[in-house]
Design a protein around this ligand. Structure first.
Ligand code: ADP
Length: 456
């Protein structure tokens, strides 16, 4: 049974059930018909006995029968002495006399009878047995007809139930076949664009197909993202690799003077450094995307995080004649992974130096505000064009100046992922010509929990 399809199993169970119900119904009908027939015989025998009793009298030791009892409709009447000798009527079968209870008897010819005996007592004369009996043929015929009908109808009913059940099951399972076909064609052709798109009744299978289609939507989107990511990543890596190869070839050629070779090595070093940053970011992104990054939660003063970031950009900022200010209203306690959060803030601060105004100002801030902890970076650079704003957090998105500066468009994506892992959000505001402001907002609840946990 386990090897059969659900369709076949449903059909078999359905057919068995119908056969069982039909058998039960036929049995009930048969037995109630028999009971009704018995009641009918009992009543007929009772009323005939009553008629016969009224017609039989004993006068001067002689039996006086008023009418010919053989004329009574369908019932035979016979009279016997107490010793069993026939006085009136016929003997058709041997059956000991018993008062009051209807019994069945079989004649030698095989004919069945229902029998009712009544004992008649007469004062001063011998008693007499009145025997009324009626042919049980109708009941027997009814039983035989019933059996014949059952033998004909039951198999027909079972076949009908089987065929009908199979058709119903096939119709009900048609969507399953469609789902299977779609899944198979996707496996065969790896075409994730196919959908089941079931129409009709909004039943369980419709819901299943919707879930399946939603899953395919997500799979398609995630494959597409992965494909784009891989192609963007290889593209980003190809440029520095090509430059490194070209510089190395040049340095190795006879054309290069000693000074050119040193210059080429410097360029190779710079590009290899950029590649290293890119590879590290790619690795961090894929790990975070795959949920493989575990945060080292600790209680941290965000003012320290801000100061660490400010220190790290100082040299770069000085090289562009920029000033760095750390505006911290500390201590600002928060539960976070200090290394990762510092990395996120550093990405924002490095961008401020990279894209800020030459000789401009960078402000790094940390403060608690309205139940939230804030870390931010502000600059007074040229700002971000409104049409670029919706894209700056996308993987590999780069503005024009980034391409000149050797960026790869992964810095802000990483910031957003790190902050999300902390249960927070990043907000960006910018005004062209006036500067940009990036804010990391972290929920304060974690910090409060940490403080509570610290108290004895
Ligand atoms: P990258 O800096 O490597 O290009 P990011 O993801 O860090 O990548 O930044 C994406 C883009 O957002 C940058 O290319 C740049 O155009 C823009 N951007 C980010 N920060 C600033 C900023 N402080 N001022 C102006 N533009 C910025």
């Amino acid at each position: 049974m386990k090897r059969l399809s659900i369709k076949a199993r449903v059909t078999i169970w359905y057919t068995l059930l119908v056969a069982l119900i039909a058998l039960l119904a036929a049995g009930t009908l048969f037995f109630s018909a028999r009971r009704m027939m018995r009641n009918y015989y009992q009543e007929t025998l009772d009323s005939t006995t009553q008629l016969a009793l009224d017609d039989i009298r004993m006068e001067d030791g002689e039996l006086d029968i008023d009418r010919d009892l053989d004329d009574l409709p369908s019932v035979r009447v016979a009279l016997f002495t107490e010793a069993g000798d026939l006085i009136y009527g016929q003997v058709r079968f041997e059956l000991p006399f018993a008062e009051g209870e209807m019994r069945s008897a079989t004649e030698r010819s095989g004919e069945e009878w229902y029998v009712l005996d009544t004992r008649m007592e007469f004062d001063g004369a011998q008693n007499v047995w009145l025997r009324c009996y009626i042919s049980a043929d109708t009941a027997m015929n009814l039983g035989a007809i019933g059996l014949e009908l059952a033998a004909l109808i039951l198999p027909a009913l079972v076949i009908l139930a089987g065929v009908g059940g199979y058709c119903i099951a096939r119709r009900a399972f048609r969507p399953v076949a469609r789902i299977t076909r779609t899944a198979e064609s996707i496996i065969d052709g790896t075409d994730l664009k196919k959908r089941i798109a079931l129409k009709g009744a909004r039943d369980e299978l419709y819901r299943l197909s919707r879930v399946f289609d939603d899953m395919l939507d997500r799979l398609e989107r995630s494959f597409e993202r992965e494909r784009r990511f891989t192609s963007d990543a290889s593209h980003e890596l190809r440029t520095p690799v090509a430059a490194i190869l070209a510089q190395a070839d040049f340095a190795l050629s006879d054309l290069a003077a000693e000074a050119d070779r040193v210059e080429a090595l410097r360029d190779i070093r710079l590009r290899a450094g950029q590649m290293s940053t890119l590879i590290n970011r790619l690795l961090a992104l894929t790990r975070m995307d795959a949920g493989q990054t575990r945060l080292e939660w600790e209680r941290v003063d965000l003012a320290d995080v801000a100061e660490a970031a400010a220190m790290q950009i100082e040299d770069g900022a000085a090289a562009r004649g920029m000033t760095v200010e750390c505006a911290c209203e500390g201590p600002v306690w928060a539960m976070c992974d200090q290394t990762m959060l510092t990395q996120a803030l550093l990405n924002l601060a490095e961008n401020a130096v990279k894209y800020g105004r030459e000789g401009g100002h960078v402000r790094i801030l940390a403060r608690a505000q309205a139940g939230e902890n804030i870390l931010g970076v502000e600059d007074d650079g040229p700002g971000i064009a409104p049409e670029a704003m919706p894209h700056i957090f996308e993987h590999f998105y780069q503005g024009d100046r980034s391409r000149q500066a050797g960026g790869a468009g992964l810095g802000l994506s990483l910031v957003r992922l790190i902050v999300r892992l902390h249960g927070g959000r990043v907000e960006a505001e910018s005004e062209v010509g006036r500067g940009s402001r990036f804010i990391i907002v972290l929920p304060q609840q974690a910090a409060m929990d940490a403080q509570a946990a610290e108290k004895p």
